[in-house]
Design a binder for this molecule. Structure first.
Ligand code: MG
Length: 312
């Protein structure tokens, strides 16, 4: 059990980094398949709005995730910018090889904190995934590739319930010792609450550099921004978000997706925390999301500022 007096309560960072995962986590949880040219237009819009970290696609089996079958085509069409870090998600060695062949130098290796989630998602045990991570991280160091590891179900597992925080701390330590550049703590099911987030990050930041940790919140129960604040209070300054709130939750079919980048940037602007992202240009990208999805995006900021209401 973590002591509550280790939790800070009133300190905001001067700036935070946002990785937009909409082109990957967002689109992979949408029912339609967006053509590669439109994915590239989406990513180009994000770059134009000032987003410097983008999870552009994933190299997973096309049968498992048909939305990402065009990964190499998307990578080939990415705007060439030295100041933008494009990431591809990979589940294993095969994904590593496909991503490297496509020219990717920033990778996100995914594994789970819980046995059942790892089996269902990757068809591997947690220890098998950790062994794969060790091999890939060694290889990546030799090849000059940056790898962050995404630990899914870090708070609540869809199959096993509340995740043991000790397991997440141990996995984080092992992965950092193996040479992972960053560990992203993922609330895959969107069931984390700010108290749980504060406790886990308080434990994680102890003797670990906060800039090697990132947080990934889904807004399934409307708690993603509250969870973000709780993580920021623990010194976390790197957050994932999805443009317009694109996406969903594979474990809650009716739910919305990751926290909307628009909402996260709006909150941070209001708090005086810098992101380097232009909120109005970001909403121009959300206009495009609305256009191709045919649906009003979940982003609260977008709904409050961009939707033309009919007044009776
Ligand atoms: Mg996710």
């Amino acid at each position: 059990m973590i002591e509550l007096d280790t939790i800070k309560t009133s300190r905001w960072p001067e700036a935070v980094t946002i990785m937009d995962v909409g082109p990957r986590d967002g689109l992979q949880n949408e029912p339609y398949v967006l053509p590669a040219a439109k994915k590239i237009r989406l990513i180009t819009g994000l770059v134009d709005a000032g987003v410097k970290w983008i999870q552009a696609t994933s190299f997973v089996h096309p049968k498992a995730v048909p939305q990402m079958a065009d990964a190499a085509e998307v990578v080939a069409g990415l705007p060439q910018r030295d100041d933008v870090h494009y990431f591809a998600l990979i589940p294993n060695q095969k994904g590593y090889e496909r991503a490297r062949a496509a020219g990717m130098i920033h990778l996100a290796l995914v594994l789970s904190a819980t046995e059942t989630m790892n089996q269902r998602n990757l068809n591997l045990s947690v220890s098998e995934s950790m062994a794969i991570a060790e091999q890939l991280l060694r290889r990546a160091k030799n090849e000059g590739v940056m790898v962050r590891v995404d630990i899914s179900a870090a708070f609540v597992c869809a199959y096993e319930g509340v995740t043991d925080p000790g397991q997440v701390v141990q996995q984080t330590d092992e992965l950092l010792a193996m040479g992972a550049d960053q560990i992203c703590i993922c609330d895959t099911t969107g069931r984390a609450n700010p108290q749980q987030v504060a406790e886990l990050f308080a434990a994680l930041r102890h003797e670990r550099s906060p800039d090697r940790l990132a947080a990934h919140f889904h807004n399934t129960y409307g708690l993603a921004l509250a969870n973000t604040v709780a993580a920021m209070q623990q010194g976390i300054t790197f957050f994932d978000a999805s443009i317009a709130g694109l996406g969903g939750c594979p474990y809650s079919p009716g739910a919305t997706g990751n926290v909307a980048t628009d909402d996260l940037v709006n909150m941070l602007n209001q708090m005086g925390v810098k992101t380097g992202i232009d909120l109005e240009r970001l909403c121009d990208v959300s206009d495009f999301v609305q256009e191709f999805s045919g649906q009003l995006p979940p982003s609260a900021y977008y709904r409050a500022t961009r939707v033309k209401k009919k007044v009776a």
